[in-house]
Design a binder for this molecule. Structure first.
Ligand code: TYD
Ligand code: MG
Length: 473
C-alpha cells in the first residue's frame, strides 16, 4: 500500500510545500498555507495512476497516427472575434479557462457561444453554479437566444455533473460557470479552496479529454489581476483567455494568454450592448472615435495585436506640480515604461519634467504592452509639455532605448497599411525601420533618436509656448 502523504498548499496561489510555514514564498501571502491530504487517484481517468496501476498504457507512433481520421478537430462558434482568439474554433477535448473581473460579461460571452453552436445543431450544455436556471434563461432571452436548444443545469457537484453529461451523446461544448463554485466528493475541503478548485478541474478536464468534449471553465479574477484559485488550473488547461475591459467603456477585449492549439497574441474585440456582446470587426475606428485632433497631448500609435493592426490614441497631460513630489499616473500602459520614457527624455533630449505632474492614458480602455508604443507615448508627452498639437493625420511607431535611440518595430508594413486605410497621411518611425516599411503611400518621417522626435514637435509649437519649449531645451 502506498502511504497517503499530506502536503501543504497555499490557498491563494496554489504553491505546494512539504511542511507548513507562515508565509508563502510564491505569492508572499501570510497565513495562506493549509494542510491538504493528497487526493486519492480519481476513478475512471486517463491520467497517471500512482502505485497499483495496471501498467498497460498504450503507446502510439506519430507515423502510425498520421492516417487515422481526425474528424473535424475544431468546432467554430461562428462568432468571428471569438474564433480568432481560440485559433479557429474550439478544439475537440480541449479545455479553456476564461478569466475576467466579475460583471465584465463572461457569462454573456459563453452563453452567446452556446447559442450559436446549439443553433448549428450541436449538443451544448451550460452548467451554472452561480445562477438559477431561471436567471440563465432570462439572460438568454435578452440575448435573443431563448429558442436555442442549449441544455441548462444549475449544479455544483462535479460527480453529478459528469453523470448528467455522460447521458446521451457527448456534448460538443460544455460550460462550467464558474469553476470556483464547483466541488467534488474526492476532496475534503470547502468549495472555492484551492484543493477543491484543483480537484474539480482535474475531474472535469479528464472528462473532456476522454469524451472529446470542448470545455470552458469560467473563473473570476481577484483584485490584483490573478485568476483566483484557478491559477492552479492554468497549467492543466489547454488555453487561458482573459476577458478585459473597464467599467466606464463598452469595449471588451478577449485575449489569449496561453493557447496550445492556436496563437497567443490574438485579441477579439466586442462591444457590450443592450442585447449582448456585438462583434467589432474594425476596432481601430472605434478606438479613434471622438478624437480631439486640435489639442496638444495626443498621439496615435499603430499597434499590432497578434496578426491584427490596431490604431490607438495615447493621451498625455503634463502640468506643473503643486505638490513637493510630482505625480506620475498611467492608465492602459506600464508605469515603469512611463518612468523610463520620462528619464530618457530628461537625459537625452534635455527636457525637465521633474516639476511636472505627468498623466498618461490609452483611450478607450485598451491596454497596450508593446514596446513599440514608446514613441507615441513620448510624442504625446512632448506635445502636452510644449503645447504643440501633433498633426492629426500622423501615427507614431518605435521603441525608445535607454540610450535615446529609436528602435524599429516588427510588422511595420501592416501597421502603415492600417493607418493609410484609416486616412492617416504620414508616420513617424525609427530610421532603422524604414526599409521594412515596404512601399507605402504614406509620408515617412524617420528619426534616429528621441532628440529628432522632440525637435520635430517643438518646431510645431505655437510662438508663446515655444519659449517655454526652448527654456526647456
Ligand atoms: P455577465 O455576463 O453576467 O458578467 P460576468 O459573468 O463576467 O460576471 O454580464 C454582466 C454585465 O453585462 C451586467 O452588468 C449587465 C451587462 N449586460 C449588458 O449590458 N447587456 C446584455 O445583453 C447582458 C446580457 C448583460
Ligand atoms: Mg457570470
Amino acid at each position: 500500500m502506498a502511504k497517503r502523504s499530506n502536503s501543504f498548499a497555499c490557498q491563494s496561489c496554489g504553491a505546494v510545500y512539504g511542511r507548513w510555514q507562515g508565509r508563502c514564498e510564491a505569492c508572499n501571502g501570510w497565513n495562506t498555507i493549509a494542510e491538504e491530504s493528497t487526493p486519492a487517484p480519481l476513478p475512471g481517468g486517463t491520467g497517471p495512476r500512482l502505485g497499483g496501476g495496471r501498467g498497460k498504457g498504450r503507446v502510439f507512433t506519430l507515423e502510425g497516427l498520421a492516417g487515422a481520421s481526425m474528424d473535424a478537430p475544431r468546432v467554430a462558434s461562428g462568432i468571428a472575434e471569438l474564433d480568432r482568439v481560440t485559433g479557429g474554433g474550439f478544439v475537440k477535448g480541449s479545455v479553456i479557462l476564461l478569466g475576467g473581473d466579475p460583471g465584465i460579461g463572461k457569462s454573456t460571452l459563453v452563453m452567446q457561444a452556446c447559442g450559436a453552436l446549439a443553433k448549428a445543431g450541436h449538443r451544448v450544455v451550460y452548467i451554472s453554479g452561480e445562477e438559477a436556471v431561471g436567471q440563465v434563461r432570462l439572460r438568454a432571452e435578452r440575448l435573443m437566444l431563448s429558442d436555442a436548444p442549449v441544455e441548462l443545469a444549475a449544479e455544483t457537484n462535479v460527480e453529478d455533473i459528469i453523470a448528467t453529461l455522460s447521458q446521451g451523446p457527448a456534448p460538443k461544448l460544455v460550460i462550467i460557470d464558474s469553476i470556483q463554485t464547483m466541488w467534488t466528493e474526492a476532496v475534503e475541503a470547502a468549495p472555492g479552496t484551492v484543493s477543491q478548485v484543483r480537484g474539480s478541474a482535474q475531474m472535469l478536464i479528464r472528462y473532456a479529454k476522454t469524451s472529446g468534449t470542448a470545455l470552458i471553465l469560467v473563473g473570476h479574477v481577484t483584485k490584483d489581476g490573478q485568476i483566483a484559485g484557478p491559477r492552479v488550473v492554468e497549467h492543466m488547461v489547454d488555453a487561458v483567455a482573459s476577458f478585459e475591459g473597464d467599467g466606464a467603456h463598452h469595449f471588451r477585449i478577449l485575449r489569449a494568454v496561453k493557447n496550445r492549439f492556436g496563437p497567443t497574441d490574438e485579441i477579439g474585440v466586442f462591444e457590450m450592448t443592450g442585447a449582448g456582446l456585438a462583434e467589432v470587426p474594425n476596432p481601430s475606428s472605434l478606438f479613434l472615435a471622438g478624437r480631439d485632433t486640435g489639442s496638444p497631448g495626443t498621439a496615435v500609435f499603430a499597434a499590432m495585436e497578434g496578426t491584427r493592426p490596431l490604431l490607438v490614441e495615447f493621451q498625455a497631460l503634463v502640468a506643473p506640480s503643486s505638490l513637493g513630489t510630482s505625480r506620475r499616473a498611467v492608465v492602459g500602459w506600464d508605469q515603469n515604461r512611463l518612468s523610463m520614457i520620462i528619464a530618457v527624455l530628461e537625459a537625452h533630449a534635455g527636457l525637465k519634467l521633474g516639476q511636472y505632474d505627468v498623466y498618461l492614458n490609452v483611450a478607450g480602455g485598451l491596454r497596450i504592452n508593446e514596446p513599440a508604443a514608446d514613441a507615441a507615448a513620448a510624442a504625446a508627452l512632448v506635445s502636452s509639455l510644449t503645447g504643440a498639437p501633433l498633426p492629426a493625420d500622423r501615427v507614431y511607431i518605435g521603441e525608445v532605448a535607454l540610450t535615446g535611440a529609436l528602435r524599429p518595430a516588427a510588422q511595420m508594413s501592416a501597421r502603415l497599411k492600417e493607418a493609410a486605410k484609416l486616412g492617416f497621411a504620414s508616420a513617424f518611425l525609427p530610421k532603422a525601420g524604414i526599409d521594412s516599411a515596404g512601399s507605402s503611400s504614406m509620408g515617412l518621417d524617420a528619426g534616429g533618436d528621441v532628440t529628432d522626435l522632440v525637435s520635430g514637435i517643438a518646431a510645431l509649437a505655437p510662438r508663446a509656448r515655444r519659449k517655454v519649449g526652448s527654456e526647456q531645451g
